[in-house]
Ligand binder design. Structure first.
Ligand SMILES: Cc1cc2nc3c(=O)[nH]c(=O)nc-3n(C[C@H](O)[C@H](O)[C@H](O)COP(=O)(O)O)c2cc1C
Length: 341
């Protein structure tokens, strides 16, 4: 998720769930080819398994960016066909690509030829032109022509070698809708993803959108191959541990307590600050650690206000946690040297 799932966020989330597949923010192929690659792509080995999500519409550029991503060690390359923001639509990538299955198939084929890791696609169940016709009505409806377009999109991409589809179970409105509205106003239609699952038993179909409770995720896994969590995982990351405990009971003994999670993040912050990162860039992703617990508000306040102070160090994380009933503070261990990761 853009601005959210950067390397620090992913490192933090890994602490909750040893096996969950983490995704980068969408990074455009052009940025990877012409930008600061280490800043865009560098990640910590503990983040594995981790997927790189690309944005773009040019097969050659996407193939080149995918190759670079695979060389960096990403476990999967994902193409974004689900982001509806105006900025993205102007660049002709994201959700608007759902209107061009052939084009996307060329992109997928080129990316597949460039890398050995899986090439996957994230999509919506359909798109609506937000500047024409009765938009509310088009969002509310999902008829056979909508399904036929979705089916054709998936079938065409499957023909190009994509075998994993992550489906955000809402239509996307292109133009006139804020990104937030686009994640909330179009109704969720899990039944459409279910139908897709039944029509393409040979594919891996992952459902996304609106999952907040571990129970709902476990239930959905009865009919689909995976569930992607966005906002809940960010705001209440403990949900990842709740899910992991049910799915992988054999991992429970090795899962981290919140105290251990704090120690791990203190060590990580010390290491990354030695590499030149700011404490606030790390702690801003940790505000949800105590969500729902007594003292959560104080924890968030200490962490967000304290990280802005010029000489704030990693021990701030322990101070904030102590406000939430966490263990008393210990001194920070010496930071491991920056190895350029
Ligand atoms: C701040 C923010 C940034 C997002 N950025 C991306 C992105 O870069 N790529 C993407 O595929 N989806 C992105 N999304 C959409 C989420 O991946 C997800 O599809 C959506 O939030 C619905 O799932 P949820 O209800 O579990 O949050 C973003 C969502 C949010 C809230």
């Amino acid at each position: 998720m853009m601005e959210w799932t950067d390397r620090h966020c992913r490192y933090f989330l890994r602490g909750f769930s040893p096996r969950v597949l983490l995704y980068t923010e969408m990074i455009t192929a052009a940025a990877i080819l012409r930008g600061d690659r280490e800043r865009l792509l560098g990640f910590d080995p503990e983040e594995h398994p981790v997927a790189l999500q690309l944005g773009g519409n040019d097969p050659d550029e996407l193939a080149a960016a995918a190759r670079i991503g695979a060389e960096y060690g990403y476990d999967e390359i994902n193409l974004n066909c689900g982001c509806p923001s105006d900025r993205v639509a102007d660049g002709s990538f994201g959700a608007c690509l759902m209107a061009q299955p052939q084009r996307v198939a060329e992109c997928v084929a080129a990316m597949r030829a460039a890398v050995d890791v899986p090439v996957t696609v994230k999509l919506r169940i359909g798109i609506v032109d937000g500047r024409q016709g009765n938009v509310r009505e088009a969002i509310a409806r999902f008829d056979e022509s909508d399904y036929a377009a979705l089916h054709e999109f998936v079938e065409t991409l499957h023909g190009a070698g994509c075998e994993v589809f992550i489906v955000h179970a809402r239509k996307a409105v292109l133009g006139g809708f804020s990104p937030k509205d686009n994640r909330e106003v179009p109704p969720l239609r899990y039944e459409v993803v279910r139908r897709l699952r039944a029509d393409f038993p040979q594919l891996t179909i992952v459902v996304n959108g609106g999952f907040r409770q571990a129970d709902a995720v476990i239930e959905a896994l009865e009919w689909c191959d995976g569930v992607m969590l966005g906002r809940e995982a960010y705001h209440r990351p403990m949900v990842l541990a709740e899910i992991a405990r049910v799915l992988y009971p054999e991992d429970v003994a090795s899962m981290l307590s919140r105290e251990e999670m704090i120690d791990r993040m203190v060590r990580y912050a010390a290491h990354r600050m030695a590499c030149g990162d700011r404490l606030a860039a790390i702690t801003r992703h940790m505000l949800g650690l105590c969500a729902g617990e007594p003292g959560a508000r104080e924890y968030r306040r200490i962490l967000s206000e304290g990280a802005r102070v010029a000489d704030a160090g990693p021990d701030l994380i322990r101070q904030a946690f102590a406000a939430c009933g966490g263990r008393a503070m210990r001194g920070v261990e010496s930071a491991p040297p920056c190895a350029g990761t």
